[in-house]
Design a protein around this ligand. Sequence first.
Ligand code: ATP
Ligand code: MG
Length: 301
Amino acid sequence: MLTLDEAFRKFKSRLELNDREQKNASNRHTEVREHIRSRFAINRDFLTGSYARHTKTKPLKDIDIFFVLAESERKKYRDSAPNVALDDFRNALVDKFGKDAVRKQGRSVNVDFGVVVDADDNTDYRVLSVDVVPAFTDGANYEIPNSDTGKWMRTNPEIHAQGARDAHQAYSSEWKGLVRMVKYWNNNAKHGKDKPVKPSFLIEVMAMQCLHGGWQGRFDYEIQGFFSALADRVEDEWPDPAGLGSPVSDDMDAQRKGRAKELLQTASREASNSINLARKGQSGEALKAWRQLFGPKFPLS
Ligand SMILES: Nc1ncnc2c1ncn2[C@@H]1O[C@H](COP(=O)(O)OP(=O)(O)OP(=O)(O)O)[C@@H](O)[C@H]1O
Ligand SMILES: [Mg+2]
């Protein structure tokens, strides 16, 4: 039978990007890029967000693509409310992908490719959707639309990427794997239509402080402690780690934060129960309990 350590390592690798997924993401990027470039003056476009930092979980969806608009577009878009750029991007994308596939969001426009997810959370290595983000440069930073506040918001993906690299290195290169696991838990359908933690970027931001003291060598203890620390601190205010955008915790109101805390506490308890099962020698039951906690990508064999 699979040992617990082997099960966690297999789980971790199932949440990593593989070559076929990267190829599909690159094809989708090219397809969207060519279309957007035919409609707007674009200086640069690149894959960013958790995808580029290797903290994206599975199923692979909402890959962020930044489109840095040329200065010639500044007057029309940057000097207007965020909705003007978001609406024009949406309309352009509807022309190519159809209105059922395109959805305007707070800071991006989502394009859904209609990929089906099977019962094991597999997608035949295909990307479900991308988030198209209009952006302007602002010195060394960027500004992106935020229709929730009605203002353009500063951000810096390079600073976020460096923060994640530093945290990963300080944690014996296990940090990103743990972040992907908890983001996978956060996506589980058992929570209903609302994820416990919103946005899931908040899990990564909290992980910069909730995973500390260094990797101790056991996934089960690390995960239990991680859930418990997240539960303790999810109601706090969490600023943008780059100190530029609005607090990352602003997407949840007090009620939603209270629910997140409860669900994280439950997960921490479930993790403790799984650890106890293994301690009593009930290894098969322990694996099942971990799978119950995380979802179908946690292996039983
Ligand atoms: N409040 C914020 N202030 C500044 N930058 C932000 C803020 N929220 C998100 N960002 C930046 O925008 C990127 C994309 O946001 P998004 O919500 O898609 O998060 P993500 O890290 O890509 O996570 P997910 O795996 O859920 O897609 C983030 O990775 C981060 O670099
Ligand atoms: Mg994203």
